[in-house]
Design a binder for this molecule. Structure first.
Ligand code: SF4
Length: 409
């Protein structure tokens, strides 16, 4: 086996990082990197490799992407439905959440959900992305009252009804991101949505300590999130997860998070995509003075994710790396995630999604076809179409023979 650690050299670089002596060795080095299973230690080192070695890393990651899904990059055309922005957690980087009575606090009505979904349908959207705070009714009597007036006992019960409404009344397929779910709720939501997700974010539980990004965010305990991801695996639910970089974690934590996701997928085969998301500072959040990961950090993290998980879908949101988002293609992503022609990114409202024409042009300029996918990836469709009922019918109606969106859209 090629000893990558040994290649981090003998030179006088301050980080002890390998620097190729001859440019002509770079191709050979990237091939070695590609063909050799990365150790945790080597992955950590690659996350801080110098700019000279970065080109080797990127070449290896790009080749891995091309072997996995050649010449194509996908995205999901979506409507963003922030069902409620009330949340019982207080993450240090969150600009989405509100307390009841705060300006902007809102829970969508069924009419608002349906009207946004129908507007998206007219624009060729195929995904209804439900994003919401985690179980706000546990700490807010106001949310309990809102739910009672709508006819529901819990936010999850309301979410289930809204997924069903969208599924019945439109051609959109729901993809909920509701926070932590029990095994019972995974099963209930899987009956009305082909896929769902939760960001693992980080395996570092010290982020819940005072001063950490997840202090006062009990639902961000890594063990709880891993348990949910595992339960979704046991139920064979196509699942989206990922890591968030720049929230106080170490390089080792980043690698451990990727390895935890990879291990889950090896055991259950249900992780349909891995999101690599970068923290962005905003003036109104507790972490407003925290440094953001650089574009170089993002590229290294994406490339290492690709090398650790060569046969998995890897996604990075373009709006969080604008204006240089196509650099992420060089690092080995094969998907841009959900992009909306209609609704803003309510999680990062100051970072608009690129116009779809621009995304297409910049993707094609790199030599790839931009292809619209459903919220569930083609290779995970059998997990959904194996179940009887309306969901199966809707998914089959939305997909072409290869499992992508019919090209007419
Ligand atoms: S990131 Fe999610 S869980 Fe954390 S405060 Fe925001 S909405 Fe709540």
């Amino acid at each position: 086996m090629y000893d990558l650690a040994a290649a981090f050299c003998r030179c006088s670089h301050p980080y002890g990082i390998y620097m190729p002596i001859f440019d002509e060795l770079m191709g050979e080095e990237s091939l070695r990197l590609l063909e050799t299973p990365l150790t945790r230690d080597a992955a950590c080192r690659l996350l801080i490799c110098d700019d000279d070695y970065l080109s080797v890393l990127l070449a290896a990651a790009l080749e891995a992407k091309q072997r996995f899904k050649p010449d194509m990059v996908t995205y999901s055309r979506k409507v963003f439905l922030p069902l409620t922005n009330l949340c019982r957690d207080y993450c240090g980087y969150c600009t989405f959440r509100r307390d009841p009575g705060q300006p902007g606090a809102h829970t969508m009505t069924p009419d608002e959900v349906l009207s946004a979904a129908r507007a998206g349908e007219k624009l060729g959207c195929t995904e209804a992305l439900f994003s919401l705070g985690d179980k706000p009714e546990i700490i807010f009597p106001e949310m309990r009252e809102t739910l009672r007036s709508l006819g529901y006992k819990s936010t999850l019960q309301y979410l289930e009804a809204m997924c069903e409404l969208v599924l019945k009344e439109t051609s959109l397929l729901p993809h909920p991101n509701p926070g932590l779910l029990s095994s019972e709720w995974i099963a209930r939501l899987a009956a009305v949505s082909p896929s769902m997700g939760i960001m693992l974010e980080s395996t570092n539980d010290s982020l819940l300590q005072p001063g950490g990004a997840h202090h006062n965010a009990p639902d961000k305990l890594p063990a709880k999130r891993l348990r949910m991801i595992e339960e979704a695996g046991k139920q064979n639910v196509p699942f989206t997860t990922g890591l968030l970089i720049g929230i106080g974690e170490s390089l080792g934590d980043r690698v451990d998070t990727l390895l935890a996701i990879r291990d889950m997928h090896r055991r259950y085969g249900h992780i349909q995509e891995v999101i690599v998301q970068n923290f962005r500072a905003k003036p109104d959040i507790p972490m407003r003075y925290s440094p953001e990961p650089s574009q170089g950090d993002m590229m290294r993290t994406v490339a290492v994710a690709r090398l650790l998980m060569p046969d998995m879908n890897i996604q990075a949101p373009p709006n969080l790396s604008a204006p240089y988002y196509e650099d992420l293609l060089d690092a080995g992503i094969n998907d841009w995630g959900g992009v909306s022609p209609l609704t803003p990114d309510f999680i990062n409202p100051e970072k608009p999604w690129p116009h779809l024409d621009q995304l297409k042009a910049r993707t094609e300029a790199k030599g790839y076809e931009l292809r619209q996918r459903l919220p569930v990836y083609p290779e995970f469709l059998p997990a959904v179409t194996g179940r009887p009922g309306l969901l199966k019918q809707k998914v089959i109606a939305a997909a072409d023979a290869s499992g992508y969106v019919q090209r007419a859209a």
